[in-house]
Design a protein. Structure first.
Length: 196
């Protein structure tokens, strides 16, 4: 998958959406609930995530104090990056794809045999990407796991709200949670701030 440098920069500024290309059919076109083991994040979700996270080429500290770069990528020792380092557009996309692959697998493991619509899968991928794998565990999110076990899609949507980072409520996370619930319930990827 590739994206042009102009596309990433424009996405970060909100001017135009990035151009994604792939030889595979777009996964978001799935119109029936299906098993998640072959599902991948849709282009719509990637655009929404770039809007929410922004695209940062310089390593910075996020609201929780974590070193971050690209599209909300938490820097690890294996990345070989330090505060203030700059990465290319290509590295931004490589990091995003790797993070999404991890989130997609986590969602597939989390939901097990529960079939999902593409937009439901996307919302859960966004949740895992945003709050981390540990936050959706049975111990930390028992209601989410109960809703999944029961196949109760409305209750799953009710558990997609996370509003704090670093112990403080963040208005951006409130909007992101609303957007995530709209994606899950309605397949609407629009930014709720635009309609508020």
């Amino acid at each position: 998958m590739s994206v042009s440098a102009a596309g990433i920069q424009a996405a970060a500024s909100g001017a135009v959406e990035p151009q994604f290309s792939s030889s595979a059919p777009q996964a978001w076109m799935i119109e029936t609930r299906t098993q998640t083991d072959s599902m991948r994040a849709s282009a719509e979700l990637k655009r929404a995530m770039m809007e929410e996270e922004g695209v940062r080429h310089d390593v910075y500290r996020d609201v929780a104090g974590n070193l971050t770069v690209g599209v909300g990528h938490l820097v690890t020792a294996s990345d070989g990056l330090s505060l203030g380092d700059t990465i290319s557009d290509e590295r931004v996309m490589e990091l995003l794809e790797a993070d999404l692959e991890h989130a997609e697998k986590t969602v597939s493991d989390l939901v097990g045999d529960l079939p999902l619509f593409q937009h439901e899968f996307d919302a859960l991928v966004d949740l895992v990407f945003n709050v981390g794998q540990g936050s959706v565990s049975q111990e930390r999110s028992p209601k989410l796991n109960e809703a999944i076990s029961a196949g109760d899609h409305q209750s799953i949507a009710d558990e997609l709200h996370y509003h704090s980072a670093g112990g403080a409520t963040a208005k951006g996370l409130i909007y992101r949670s609303e957007r995530r619930a709209n994606i899950f319930l309605n397949g609407s990827y629009e930014d709720p701030r635009m309609t508020a």
